[in-house]
Design a protein around this ligand. Sequence first.
Ligand code: BES
Ligand code: ZN
Ligand code: ZN
Length: 497
Amino acid sequence: MEVFGYTAVAAQSKEMKITIERQPLEQIKADALIVPVLEGRKEERFGAAVLFDNGEVKGKPFELTLIHHPPGVAAARVLLAGGGKAAEFDAAQLRKLAGAAVRHLKSKSCKNLAFALESGWTSADHVSAAVEGAVLGRYEPDQYKTGNEKGNLESFRVVVGPEAAGVEEAVERGRILAEAQNFTRSLVNEPANRLTPSNIADKTRQMASEVGLQCEVLEQGQMKSLGMGALLGVAQGSAEPPALIVLRYRPERAEGTAHLGLVGKGVTFDTGGISIKPADGMEKMKYDMAGGAAMLGAMRALAQLKPAIPVSAFVPCVENMPGSRAQRPGDIVTTMSGKTVEVINTDAEGRLILADAITYARRQGCTHLVDAATLTGAIVVALGHMRVGLFANQDAMRDRVLAAANAEGERMWPMPLDADYKEYLKSAFADLSNVGGRWGGAITAAWFLKEFAEDTPWVHLDIAGTAWLDDAKPFLAKGATGLPLRTMVRLATEWKD
Ligand code: BES
Ligand code: ZN
Ligand code: ZN
């Protein structure tokens, strides 16, 4: 059903018009023509030679130079957009450059843009990346700012040479990916009073019907019958009921026997529960559902890109609150798997809800699993805000995810899961403790999840450091990043059994 992808998406977001342009550069009419310039490669056109000669323009990353009334071209402005060293200028760099250029021009009230890719960067990945950068750069989390009717970019044309082939498909893929990523970002940026577990479920149902995904939402009663004691234990402190969102994508003809399961943490707000967090910075805990939102966004894109592998998403949504009904430190819960857990710290809630979601995903027939979660502060200590922490119980599955991540420019780093780390999770009273003490916190959290993945090939992505930007980047607004959505989409679309 072709209507899903196209019309629904365009209508949903008052999107900018994205088209392909094969006219010679000089003839293109636009508010601004964006031209990438690289270090050590002098740009002779648009009167730029003199700027290179006098050192005003060097081509450094994100160096942006606006030329008004450039000679010899129809565009009102040319933006020389520095891409850094030629040898390092790949699709990931191009994505960022397109984002930075768009954000700069947006702030100058330019509405109709063209991006010059004609001189060499016309592979499908490059074209997609340029479109992604533009759509991602255009997004601003300003929907609750009143009196802000400035308008936004209206059109973005990708200029390619006459020989470029397959460009239409690449543009479409880029648009689908980036719009899905913006869908994820807007969910994550929503404050917790406007995005409860039930609200996520409603928005997901709406999205699913737009793009043609099956959507099922398990409610509290069903969780009880399924024995999801860990998920229910976290939920019981909040007046907001929990929801386990299940999305199913099924290809018309599957090529192999694999069934990919995407599990995402959906804590709409993490106060810490009775083990309450300090006030400073607690407002950011609205992004504790970023893993779940990324999986929902990935499904949205997959419904339109239609890979040959069945993919299901499982997003347990809860609010972690203190209250007279909240679970207490020392409580023992029985998970759906049958394993018992002593809840030493109610702030280690993500692993509890994921444990039951992972068991449920396995029982639903998933043969391979990836989970994404803002799981630990410890991963931020280990890797900072640059790389996602990646844990796996199987080398082949680890390598699949790493390859997809590298292709998408979503940086990850493999972390260890040696057998003896499990000792940290010992409990005197139950099968497992939900915390492992002070050291190796990201690893013990991953180990806890591994206990529930059992023998299913599984990768865990700790995105606590990478799902949120405390300050805007030249190419991306402050707030949610949408990671690791693109990696999940590539993993599924390039899956080979
Ligand atoms: N949601 C937090 C992890 C987190 C921290 C996400 C910082 C984003 C930024 C998680 O639920 C949590 O509180 N983890 C605890 C675990 C501890 C109690 C073992 C942590 O990391 O401190
Ligand atoms: Zn927590
Ligand atoms: Zn949390």
